[in-house]
Write a protein that binds this ligand. Structure first.
Ligand code: FES
Length: 236
């Protein structure tokens, strides 16, 4: 029995000695792995921070002005102000040229107003002038013609209008020579009413240019005009 006990103790001792050997082997394995990790961390990467030239800040020291900050600011203000003035002048010139090109030319402006010497038109005669591409009738009316224009019953007219409302001076009748029907040019001193007659469709106008007969719906139009002085008429 004592022998068995001794044997079992020897066996337990051997087992315990073998169980302590395993951790030693495990520790040695860990050590091997650590050795490998040390090998990897010693690898030199080309992207490693601090070694790339891209991260280097260049030295601009040689470009720094040697003048005082106040002098530099003055120069900056001068440059900004100068460029602003040049830009403003360019913009003004561009806008000005655009407006000049868009406005009416000299010949068009000259046609906008027409001056007529009334001394050259004898009493009882018609004159036709061209204004803005349209004919204008100027009639130097006689006293009989003025009286005839005023004796008409205005309410009986297709386009009721007093003679006084169509003239500034009774002796001078000024109106556009364009028929109000379809735009033909009526003939002077013709028609049933001693005024104008449109041969296109037979419209008759009286000595005040009012429509009296035919298809035209309205009286002949009176343009804007003025007498700036005696013997002078300005149309437009
Ligand atoms: S255009 Fe004058 S009557 Fe027709």
């Amino acid at each position: 029995m004592a022998a068995l006990t001794h044997a079992s103790r020897a066996c337990l001792r051997a087992t315990s000695s073998s169980s302590t050997a395993a951790p030693v082997r495990a520790l040695s394995t860990t050590a091997v792995r650590n050795d490998n990790a040390t090998t990897w961390t010693s690898y030199s990467s080309p992207f490693k921070a601090g070694t790339s030239k891209a991260n280097n800040v260049p030295d601009f020291g040689k470009y720094v002005s040697s003048a005082s900050p106040g002098k530099n600011k003055l120069f900056q203000y001068f440059m900004v102000g100068g460029m602003g003035a040049i830009t403003a002048a360019g913009a003004k010139s561009t806008v000005q040229e655009f407006l000049v090109n868009m406005s009416a030319s000299a010949d068009v402006l000259a046609m906008a107003k027409v001056e007529v010497d009334l001394n050259t038109i004898p009493e009882g005669k018609n004159v036709i002038i061209k204004w803005r591409g349209k004919p204008v009738f100027i009639r130097h009316r006689t006293q009989d013609e003025i009286a005839e224009a005023n004796k008409v019953n205005v309410q009986s007219l297709r386009d009721p209008q007093n003679d006084d409302d169509r003239v500034q001076k009774p002796e001078w009748l000024v109106m556009l020579g364009v028929c109000t029907h379809l735009g033909c040019v009526p003939i002077g001193e013709a028609g049933d009413y001693g005024g104008w007659f449109c041969p296109c469709h037979g419209s008759h106008y009286d000595i005040s240019g009012r429509i009296r007969k035919g298809p035209a719906p309205l009286n002949l139009e009176v343009p804007a005009y003025d007498f700036p002085e005696d013997g002078k008429l300005v149309i437009g």
